[in-house]
Design a protein around this ligand. Structure first.
Ligand code: B16
Ligand code: MG
Length: 215
């Protein structure tokens, strides 16, 4: 019996990956190297400081902790200037209707994001009130693929992992949901999200009952 849906934020509810990419790329360019879109794929679902470490390693650069904190703060400032312009129009297609369908049932809605900016983004797009629980980067110690973020979501709602379904667009996020012992709906391409139980291209036209029968 499914009692909760746990949604990732970036790439599932809204498309912020492009803004993360732009802000990280600016930082890398300032340091004298570039990062490709393909490299950016590997940063999805990974925390800010871990992403920074991966980028610096990619550029062959070693820095002190203080300098790293300074760069991460600057990147976040640039990222926030991009996401602060988001409005309800930036909610990904089909999400609003799918949330409406869920509200007509007893199924609870949770957020499982490693982003420390998650609440601010949900507020900008007008979805903050729709969630029964929000687990974000301020509430967890380990980023995806660790299962902590989704296990905390289930625990806060009072359900066991097998009563929850995770919606994820990132390889690290799908692994996080599977390690939590949950069913995972991948949002994206089946050849990329190979560990997901099923993969959908998106939420447009998605019928809740059809999905529950499929998974
Ligand atoms: P912030 P998610 C993740 O969010 C992003 O996918 C990842 O690219 C980002 O580095 C991370 O949040 C931390 O974000 O810098 O805003 O704290 O996909 O788990 O919703
Ligand atoms: Mg994501």
């Amino acid at each position: 019996m499914i009692k909760a849906f746990l949604f990732d934020l970036d790439g599932v509810i809204v498309e912020t990956a492009i803004f993360h990419y732009q802000a990280w790329r600016q930082m890398a360019n300032d340091l004298g190297f570039d990062i490709s879109e393909q490299f950016n794929e590997g940063l999805k679902g990974i925390s800010r400081m871990e992403s920074l470490d991966l980028i610096l390693k990619h550029g062959g650069i070693e820095l002190s902790e203080d300098k790293k904190l300074e760069l991460a703060a600057k990147k976040n400032e640039n990222y926030l200037s991009l996401v602060s312009k988001m409005t309800p129009d930036d909610i990904l297609p089909g999400i609003t209707d799918f949330l409406k369908q869920i509200k007509q049932t007893d199924i609870k809605i949770g957020l499982g994001s490693v982003s420390k900016n998650a609440k601010m983004i949900l507020k900008s797009v007008g979805l903050l009130q729709e969630f029964d629980t929000i687990i974000d980067g301020t509430k967890i110690l380990r980023s995806k693929p660790d299962p902590e973020v989704f296990l905390k979501g289930a625990a806060e709602l009072g359900f066991s992992p097998d009563e929850c379904i995770v919606f994820e667009d990132a390889v690290a996020g799908v692994e996080s949901g599977k390690r939590a012992g949950m069913k995972v709906v991948g949002i994206g391409k089946p050849e990329v999200l190979t560990k997901a139980d099923i993969v959908l291209a998106g939420f447009e036209g998605l019928d809740l009952n059809v999905l529950l029968n499929q998974i």
